[in-house]
Design a protein around this ligand. Structure first.
Ligand SMILES: Nc1nc2c(ncn2[C@@H]2O[C@H](COP(=O)(O)OP(=O)(O)OP(=O)(O)O)[C@@H](O)[C@H]2O)c(=O)[nH]1
Ligand SMILES: [Mg+2]
Length: 648
């Protein structure tokens, strides 16, 4: 027989009680095995979680009173039952068993327990309580199910290809056309990524729908027929879930960025029944949510944000996302006011205005707070710069293995997981690169991963975090070569880097997860890395393969950073001047008697080559006083011959 009671106390207390009780179980020699076991406290009910549960022979989650039955004195526990009852009130519409009844039942249970002789009425009450608690827990513990809708937007593809062709015609470089066109993501690739995102967000994928469209439907994004199909799919899934008593599927995830209008229109269609029922005063139906790609990513970020800074930034992004979508929350009020007729119309709008203002204020406050955080970051960074250590930022697509590499090099203990966006907050570590001769240490920063079509709200909100990337001396771009889409991912990352103004940083390309490739592919990539004109290297952060090459390439890249120069080049050196234009930056150029005077910055290797034309001090003082850095860089170049020398 099942005796559900609720107990208060901390988790550990309850666990101890439960353990004790379970130990005693055998000695009690129950006549009938308990159907359900476990612990529920009022606070756990409020959170919708069971603090601890064991399983019975049916492997069901369970409820159990961990406190000793016989120690429960009815009067002593009045306050406790009041608590319990208010808990019942808060989660169940139907009025729960009255307090007296509960006390009465519990005391009679206490008395009769040993005899296992409950009256029918008591059994009914207990059953009732059991069911309500059980349903509640079942519903709140259930994994949220969703369906995924993807669209192959042929018009967007056409546009993208056209833009590309235009661009190529202008630059006169037609050779790469085919390659580049195949760099746009196919529907299936995009859907695969969405499935990962859905899994990471903790959603269960119930079904999928796709559509090829010449033009997207401006109102509902997908065609009207497809909306119906989605509705049917939802119904079918819900029927199955219902059958297994597994809750409902009421989330529709779109592999697209929907406009607020489209989102609202879609929700209206999906919730037609609920809206109608609402007028009749019944709200038993689950409301269908429409979630677009941006909302899904924001949700994952919200779940993963750990530090104050991360939370503030996610909060800002969420507020910015919700601002234009605010009206949706008030549809209900608008309807009510509309239904009220003349004179009553409008309160919904007013509320909306108030709400918009609150949101705007909140956004300002958040921005202010983030500004403060950013100032602190700036300070830290300046401090680090003073230290003169070169700063490397690990960048790359989400799940590329950035945190794993940092852990591997430093044992930093950063959470590295096979989920998307595991890292949101930058972590910087001093790293002694093994075998790195010219500079004892570098600073290595792990950063948030990128994704194709990164939501603009996120890029804007994560300004402070992304600043770390912008301020780095060299970017270490990790690519997960075990992912079939890695070349496209690489392009996406390059695009984001450009978007945040870090596109011109020196980059070390790291082909990671080599261990997951078959040996032939691995050799090919190693070969590609070795032949590459850029700084490239193939490694496995998991097995450590190629890490010494990695250090060597990083070293090369650091030696190749720009250094200040002041030169006077003979007029016969036209090529050299062009080269400086190309690979360096020129601050002053003057055509003098003796030749072309150039003041600017060039890669160290080139500076060494042009040393003979130097008129200033090649490691000379920087006008803006950032000398410390430069002197350190100068020291860097001496130890090793720059790899790129040959190309000049
Ligand atoms: N087999 C293999 N797995 C790897 C390698 N590097 C990383 N991984 C795995 O890839 C997954 C993602 O690694 P993370 O280090 O969390 O990736 P990340 O780039 O930091 O990802 P985010 O922080 O989410 O952007 C983890 O499960 C790692 O164990 C590797 O070289 N080989
Ligand atoms: Mg990470």
């Amino acid at each position: 027989l099942f005796v559900p009671t609720i107990t208060t106390g901390s988790t550990s207390q309850q666990n101890t009680l439960l353990r004790d009780h379970l130990d005693k179980k055998s000695s009690h020699q129950f006549h009938a095995p308990p159907l359900l076991w476990g612990v529920v406290s009022p606070s756990s009910l409020r959170r919708g979680t069971v603090l601890m549960s064991s399983t019975d022979e049916h492997h069901q989650p369970s409820l159990f009173d961990a406190s000793e039955f016989d120690s429960h004195d009815a009067t002593e526990n009045t306050a406790f039952f009041e608590d319990v009852e208010s808990e019942f009130d808060s989660f169940d519409e139907t009025k729960p068993t009255s307090q007296d009844e509960i006390i009465e039942t519990t005391s009679s249970i206490t008395m009769d327990y040993a005899d296992n002789a409950l009256t029918d009425e008591e059994v009914r009450i207990l059953d009732d309580r059991e069911e309500r608690l059980f349903n509640y827990i079942n519903n709140t513990q259930k994994v949220e199910s969703c369906i995924l809708v993807g669209v192959e937007d042929l018009s967007a593809q056409r546009k993208a290809n056209k833009a590309l062709r235009m661009q190529q015609r202008e630059s006169g470089d037609l050779a790469t056309t085919l390659d580049d066109i195949s760099l746009s993501w196919t529907l299936e690739e995009s859907m695969t990524e969405m499935r990962e995102l859905i899994k990471t967000a903790g959603l269960n994928l119930g079904g999928e729908i796709t559509q090829r469209l010449q033009e997207v439907n401006p109102r509902t994004y997908i065609g009207t027929g497809k909306v119906k199909e989605a509705q049917q799919l939802l119904d079918e899934i819900n029927e199955k879930l219902d059958h297994r008593n597994e809750g409902t599927c009421c989330t529709v995830v779109f592999d697209a960025e929907l406009t607020p209008g489209q989102q609202k229109a879609l929700e209206n269609v999906f919730n037609k029944k609920v809206i109608e029922n609402d007028f009749l005063g019944s709200d038993n139906d689950e409301v269908v949510k429409v979630v677009d790609r941006t909302a899904l990513i924001l949700d994952i970020f919200a779940q993963h944000a750990k530090t104050r800074e991360g939370k503030l930034q996610v909060d800002l992004a969420l507020h910015e996302y919700r601002k234009p979508r605010l009206t949706r929350m008030w549809t209900h009020l608008e309807r009510q006011s509309g239904a009220g007729g003349v004179g009553l119309r409008g309160p919904g709008e007013t509320q909306l205005e108030v709400d918009k203002r609150i949101l705007r204020d909140r956004i300002l406050v958040l921005k202010d707070k983030i500004d403060n955080v950013q100032k602190q970051r700036d300070l830290h960074r300046r401090g680090r710069k003073k230290g003169g250590l070169p700063v490397l930022a690990l960048v790359g697509y989400t799940n590329a293995g950035k945190s794993t590499l940092l852990n591997c090099l430093t044992r930093a203990g950063i959470l590295a997981e096979d989920i998307l966006f595991a890292t949101l907050d930058p972590t910087t570590r001093r790293v002694k690169l093994p075998g790195y001769k010219t500079h004892p240490e570098v600073l290595l920063t792990d950063t948030v991963g990128f994704i194709q079509k990164l939501p603009t709200q996120l890029v804007a909100a994560f300004r402070a975090t992304l600043e770390e990337v912008k301020e780095a001396d060299v970017l270490v771009h990790l690519v997960d070569v075990s992912n079939p889409c890695w070349r496209k991912q690489e392009v996406s990352v390059t695009n984001v880097l450009e978007e945040i103004g870090a596109g011109d940083k020196p980059i070390v390309r790291v082909f990671n997860k080599l261990d997951l490739l078959d040996s032939e592919d691995a050799e090919m990539l190693k070969y590609e890395a070795a032949c590459s004109e850029d700084f490239s290297v193939a490694i496995s952060s998991l097995t450590g393969e190629g890490l010494s090459d990695f250090v060597a390439v990083v070293e090369d890249s650091l030696s190749d950073l720009l250094v200040p120069v002041e030169l006077e080049l003979p007029y016969s050196c036209g090529n050299e001047v062009n080269l400086i234009h190309e690979v360096g930056s020129i601050e002053v150029i003057d055509y003098r008697e003796g030749g072309t005077y150039v003041m600017g910055r060039v890669p160290r290797s080139l500076a060494m080559k042009l040393d003979k034309y130097s008129v200033g001090n090649i490691e000379g003082a920087e006008p803006n006083g950032e000398t410390e850095d430069e002197i350190d860089w100068a020291a860097l170049g001496k130890g090793r011959h720059a790899k790129k020398d040959a190309s000049y």
